[in-house]
Design a protein. Structure first.
Ligand code: HMH
Length: 207
């Protein structure tokens, strides 16, 4: 029996919902988020994306050749994203040289440890991380300024297509994976969902 990304989501629907529907995103949509709360998220997410870029580079290093196009496209998008984060921080007079909050630190460590898992698990984890932001920023619908470009960055249709390609690549690997590896992939999606939920919540913690 082979497991697919869609089936994993279906198996954990309530948890996935908590990862992608959160008062932080609703606050952006309604314009009720405070600048301090938004800035807390922004600075922590920059730190996260630095580590996430390293994770994608490690995944590329073990991927089969026919997955390179999609992964290299992802790395190129991250190059742009990191520079964009720096520009957004500069506009807001924010220093990006800040300590990671505990959730960001633990999520980063989790991404580091993913390199010890089979490629099928890594590919599934990569898909889950990107899907969380794609759905999270897309589900509320168009956001008001100054959040429009943030919602568009992860909610745009090109990003949705990229996430679909990541699912196809993960599914291809899960098809030939052992039941143990499939279970590990499913557990990875569960952990990603828990971290994503906690990550939104950081904006409401004292920083
Ligand atoms: C916490 N998850 C988090 N930050 C991101 N930027 C993404 C996913 C998508 O890249």
């Amino acid at each position: 029996m082979s497991l697919t990304c869609q089936e994993i989501l279906k198996n954990h629907q309530p948890l996935w919902q908590e990862a992608t529907v959160h008062p932080f995103l609703e606050g952006c949509k309604q314009g009720t988020i405070t600048p301090e709360q938004f800035n807390t998220w922004l600075v922590q997410d920059y730190q996260f994306v630095v580590e996430f870029t390293r994770m994608l580079a490690r995944i590329l290093s073990v991927a089969p050749r026919h997955h390179f196009d999609v992964l290299l496209g992802g790395l190129t998008a991250l190059k742009d994203e990191l520079n964009w984060f720096q520009a957004k921080a500069a506009e807001r007079n924010l220093s990006l040289d800040v300590a990671k909050q505990r959730t960001c630190e633990e999520y980063s460590q989790f991404l580091g440890n993913l390199a010890r898992t089979p490629y099928a698990v890594q590919a599934t984890g990569l898909w889950a991380v990107e899907l969380a932001y794609n759905q999270g920023w897309q589900l509320p619908g168009p956001m008001p300024e100054p959040y429009t470009e943030f919602a568009d960055r992860w909610g745009n249709s090109g990003f949705t297509d990229y996430v679909k390609l990541l699912a196809q690549q993960a599914d291809e690997m899960l098809r030939d994976a052992s039941p143990e590896v499939q279970k590990e992939a499913e557990q990875t999606v569960i952990t990603v969902a828990q971290f994503e939920k906690a990550f939104w919540q950081m904006a409401f913690n004292a920083s």
